[in-house]
Design a protein around this ligand. Structure first.
Ligand SMILES: [Fe+2]
Length: 166
């Protein structure tokens, strides 16, 4: 899905492919192992908010594994992997492709995904990312789960009412 989107928007396909291959590499690790690995995480400063969202740790840890075990030094790729679930204010294009692909890829089965998946291909990358950000916030609300601040900031940043890129 990342490569399809990268090609669609003329973005570096190889970087998008590497980010896609790497992004969930730490997801199968048990949570206690992830908590331990988080203490040695150097690819990003780990915040208290990060610590409160265990379901998001695997992105940081995948980037850490990529950087230390696999020699991946590209900051765009590592940033994309770190923020693949939440996005962040000012996320780059490689990060946006992974963020959109991760939410809409063919193994996702949430209600309405087919429509969103078909729709992103006809949108600009910014519009597609905005739709994903809004859908993510809606889904978290439905589940009664708290959004990581990066998730809210991503949606706010992409909302034209707030001025894109500000
Ligand atoms: Fe993930």
């Amino acid at each position: 899905m990342s490569v399809v989107l990268a090609r669609r928007w003329g973005i570096d396909e190889e970087k998008c492919l590497v980010a896609a291959l790497l992004h969930d590499i730490a997801k199968p690790f048990p949570k206690d192992q992830q908590a331990e690995m988080l203490r040695d995480c150097t690819v990003k400063p780990v915040t208290d908010e990060d610590r409160r969202h265990p379901s998001l740790w695997h992105g940081m840890l995948a980037a850490q594994e990529g950087a230390t075990r696999w020699g991946i030094g590209d900051p765009d790729v590592l940033d994309a992997v770190i923020h693949h679930s939440t996005g962040r204010r000012g996320l780059g294009e490689i990060g946006m492709v992974l963020y959109i692909a991760d939410f809409t890829e063919p193994s996702r089965h949430w209600a309405g995904v087919e429509q969103v998946r078909a729709g992103v291909l006809s949108k600009t990358i910014g519009d597609a990312a905005r739709e994903v950000a809004q859908r993510k916030l809606e889904r978290l609300q439905e589940k009664g789960r708290e959004a990581h601040p990066h998730t809210s900031e991503m949606a706010e940043w992409l909302n034209p009412d707030h001025g894109k890129g500000e």
